[in-house]
Design a protein around this ligand. Structure first.
Ligand code: OAD
Length: 256
């Protein structure tokens, strides 16, 4: 019922915003933080559970955690960084890149707000991407804030020393719990949400703010709202078209 409605509204939309979360990269083999994995939890070994089931975010994804144990935190992020580099974009990423091309070709606008740090959208061909939580592929000096792109091989020193300052360390250029989102990303998101006539939320549990508030703001401005997720989330009850399916399967059908 919701799919044909979403398809027709998408075909007619002019200003589209898509918000993505870890679920869109699940079919590329990257683990989500919470929510459904598409398999029953008892069937999964620990290293295939959602990340925040196996690891404690307060010991890994906060500035305090980095100050307390920079070696452990950077080792964990380097492990995840290499996972992202090894992953390939899936048909869900490709469908969103096609949606952007089609919309801009017919004079519309497309903005992709992503909470993902894996850069798979850009590798699939998406251009107007706002990285709300930064990227794990770039690291930055704790003293100078200069950015550094590590090579594909595993890092060998934990915590990694900064090449830019004798007392600096390198940390991933991601947003940790308790940190501000980049101002440029916040401003770009606010502009896009304000003008969009269609907002689609894909593969996010919709519990981390401010990203989780964007769909509500878009709806309040009159935008048509779509959710694509394996399971119900806090927004499923009120979006215009809730679609419970795998992003990599349903998105290509929505933008064909
Ligand atoms: P979550 O891990 O919280 O949520 C992933 C969502 O994707 C869940 O609701 C799943 O049901 C859904 N899902 C899983 N596989 C899917 C598939 N194939 N197709 C569609 N949906 C699928 O990820 P985010 O919402 O991105 O922040 O999490 C937001 C933030 O919380 C992250 O950026 C991260 C995390 O803690 C930080 O690390 C600061």
């Amino acid at each position: 019922m919701s799919l044909p409605l979403a398809q027709s509204r998408l075909a007619a939309a002019r200003h589209v915003v898509v918000l993505t979360g870890a679920g869109i990269s699940a079919e590329s083999g990257l683990r989500t933080f919470r929510g459904s994995t598409g398999a029953s939890a008892e069937d999964l070994p620990a290293d295939m559970q959602t990340l925040w089931k196996e690891f404690d975010p307060m010991r890994l994804a906060t500035p305090e955690a980095f100050d307390a144990d920079p070696a452990m935190v950077t080792r964990w992020y380097d492990w995840r960084r290499r996972g992202c580099l090894a992953a390939e974009p899936n048909p869900g990423h490709a469908a969103l890149a096609k949606l952007e091309r089609d919309l801009t070709a017919r004079g519309g606008t497309f903005t992709l707000l992503t909470q993902n740090v894996d850069r798979l959208h850009q590798r699939a061909g998406s251009v107007n991407v706002v990285e709300l939580h930064g990227t794990i592929l770039e690291w930055r000096c704790t003293r100078t804030q200069r950015r550094f792109t590590p090579g594909p091989e595993p890092m060998t020193e934990f915590p990694p020393r900064s090449p830019f300052h004798p007392e600096g360390l390198l940390r991933p250029d991601v947003v940790w719990f308790g940190e501000m989102l980049p101002e440029v990303a916040l401003a770009a998101s606010a502009r896009a949400v304000e003008r969009c006539d269609l907002f689609m939320s894909v593969g996010t549990s919709s519990v981390v703010y401010p990203a989780a508030a964007y769909v509500r703001a878009a709806s309040a401005n009159g935008a048509f709202t779509i959710e694509v997720n394996l399971e119900p989330t806090p927004i499923s009850g009120w979006v215009d078209a809730p679609i419970h399916a795998k992003a990599g399967e349903v998105l290509p059908r929505m933008v064909c």
